[in-house]
Design a binder for this molecule. Structure first.
Ligand code: PEP
Ligand code: MG
Length: 586
């Protein structure tokens, strides 16, 4: 991303819309340097250490259990060894004794004691001992991290803009308790899961600023414009006033949109496009009703359970899905099977060379049928309200759809034999987010009741552009002619099966500029972050379906991304000059 002329205005990727003004908090993801500062209360430090050891143990036990389950007993040994280190009475006793006597902070004492072990091992003649040095490093860092984490969270003040090198989905959620006002990162892309979460939570974010953590200092005053990807550092009085006025104007626009809450998303000439919400966290459920969604088009189950230590049991999942179904009734809830892998954490300690092309989504689930069966049984049992549908992510072959259907069948038979109540007519679906599934849309869609197009992944796999990599973010193009033509192909092919319902749940659907095109391509439903719903609804209600069809056919003729983008802008400016002003002008 290019920087603008003015030294204190920086441009990055507009990852989550909204305007906010607050103080900066630099969240360092680097391994912090351990210093040897003195402490006043050694008892408290020892308690912190004990808590960190316990937390490390829980994390390692979880990793161990899943590793043994999936990769076999031998692969679990390294974690068993790490857990044994946590129990080593000599080592741990020594650390506690030193904290009490020397009154140095616990991170320092852990670091120096573990380093002694590592030095002895480094002198060993045996290669095995040398290899263990890394294990010791790993556990040392885990303990230090767990001692630290507790501290930086409690030290934080509220209403901050978090500035970081990058953020994981877990980090994004972590700052909620501090009423975080915005996020700025050096790296990351528009559809990285941290950015998606920021949008779901309605927290403005700018990513891919490259050097945010070096040019911004703690407590700098920041204007964060997530809609235009701009960050203004320590603005002058005039700029502050200008942006404060804009915030007031946007609030009034937001209030105006609220009036449409209970209206459906119907075009001026009567085409109803179902406007649903994506659910990433249970905490955001109230946004869904407040913003007037007609159901939930995507529940990212891997995210709603992400704070749990292990995959949740059938009972826990049944209760969670049932609650969602009850709260959404009579509208539909589409539950997606766990989509682990990629940039979402894999529950095993496995380093893949290409995680986005690796053990992800349905591939992982079919290799771990116990996991998929538990989730399927829970979904079937929760579906007693009959408004739950179930879909699978990352489908790339026919075989996977058949295997999934047979697991659903097997679970239904089991529940029947056990005399458990469940819904017999559940609607099944697949996500189309891999080019092979896009090409085969007709045949794949014929096997299920609905398809949901996941453009976040489809774009990255179609264009071979990593969705989370800011270096090539200008090549991650939702209006690339091949993307638009693929969407047209998927919709046409899938709809040649009469029963098929075709929706989109990727972030493209939340881009106001893309909405007329998506409507014109014939989608039955759009599922977007709840916060985007009022705006998208206003756009759909101001469109003529017939005109969007013309727009779509023009775009399908184009050869370049820019031609399509220009077409969309022209359409938008002509039809809604007022919305265009509000959404796209700085
Ligand atoms: C997508 O790929 O478009 C999608 C909705 O799934 P996720 O973002 O969770 O990968
Ligand atoms: Mg996806």
């Amino acid at each position: 991303m290019k920087e603008t002329e003015n030294f204190n205005i920086k441009s990055g990727i507009a990852a989550a819309p909204g305007l906010t003004i607050a103080r900066a908090y630099i969240f360092s993801k680097e391994k912090e340097v351990v210093n040897d500062s003195f402490i006043v209360d050694p008892d408290e430090a020892i308690r912190d250490l004990e808590e960190a050891l316990e937390k490390s143990r829980k994390e390692l036990e979880k990793v161990l259990a899943v590793t043994i389950d999936i990769l076999g007993k031998n692969r679990g040994e390294i974690f068993e060894a790490q857990i044994m280190i946590l129990d080593d009475p000599f080592l741990i006793g020594n650390i506690k004794k030193r904290i009490a006597e020397e009154k140095r902070n616990p991170e320092f004492t852990v670091d120096t004691e573990f380093s002694k072990y590592q030095k002895i091992m480094a002198r060993s003649e045996q290669p095995y001992m040398k290899e263990r040095i890394l294990d010791i490093e790993d556990i040392k860092n885990r303990i230090i991290k767990n001692i630290r984490k507790k501290k930086w969270v409690s030290r934080l003040s509220n209403d901050i803009i978090v500035i970081s090198e990058f953020l994981t989905p877990a980090d994004t959620v972590l700052f909620l308790k501090n009423n975080v006002q915005g996020y700025v990162t050096n790296s990351g892309g528009l559809t990285s899961h941290a950015a998606i979460l920021a949008r779901s939570l309605n927290i403005p974010a700018v990513v891919g600023l490259h050097n945010a953590t070096t040019i911004i200092k703690n407590d700098d005053l920041i204007i964060l414009d997530g809609s235009h990807g701009q960050v203004i550092i320590n603005p002058d009085q005039n700029t502050l006033e200008k942006y404060n006025k804009k915030i007031t104007r946007l609030q009034a626009y937001g209030e105006d949109l609220k009036k449409l809450r209970d209206e459906p998303a119907i075009t001026l000439d009567g085409r109803h496009v179902k406007l649903m919400a994506n659910l990433d966290l249970n905490e955001e459920f109230h946004f869904i009703t407040e913003n007037g969604a007609e159901g939930i088009g995507l529940v990212r189950t891997e995210q709603i359970f992400q704070g749990d230590d292990t995959f949740p049991s059938e009972e826990v999942q049944t209760a969670a899905y049932r609650k969602l179904a009850e709260m959404t009734y009579p509208n539909r809830v589409i539950i997606r099977a766990f989509d682990v892998g990629g940039d979402k954490m894999l529950p095993v300690d496995l380093k893949e060379p290409n995680p986005f092309l690796g053990w992800r989504g349905i591939r992982f689930l079919l290799d771990n049928p116990g996991l998929l069966k538990t989730q399927t049984r829970a979904v079937l049992r929760a579906a007693v309200f009959s408004n739950i549908s179930f879909m699978i992510p990352m489908v790339s072959s026919f075989r996977e759809i058949i295997a999934f259907k047979s697991i659903v069948n097997e679970c239904e038979n089991e529940l029947r034999n056990e005399g458990k109540e469940f819904y017999e007519g559940i609607k099944l679906g697949i996500m189309i987010e891999v080019p092979s599934a896009a090409v085969m849309a007709k045949e794949f869609a014929a096997e299920v009741n609905f398809v949901s197009i996941g453009t976040n992944d489809l774009i990255q796999y179609l264009l071979a552009v990593d969705r989370g990599n800011d270096i090539i973010s200008d090549q991650y193009q939702e209006f690339h002619p091949s993307v638009v033509r693929s969407l047209a192909h998927i919709i046409k092919e899938a709809k040649s099966n009469e029963q098929s319902f075709v929706s989109i749940c990727g972030e493209m659907a939340a881009d106001p500029l893309a909405v007329p095109l998506l409507v014109g391509l014939g989608l039955d439903s759009l599922s977007v972050s709840a916060s985007a719903i009022p705006n998208i609804k206003k756009i759909i209600r101001s469109l003529k379906y017939s005109e969007t069809i013309e727009l779509a056919s023009k775009c399908l003729e184009c050869k370049r991304e820019k031609e399509i983008r220009d077409e969309m802008r022209r359409f938008f400016m002509e039809k809604f000059p007022d919305i265009y002003e509000e959404l796209f002008s700085t």
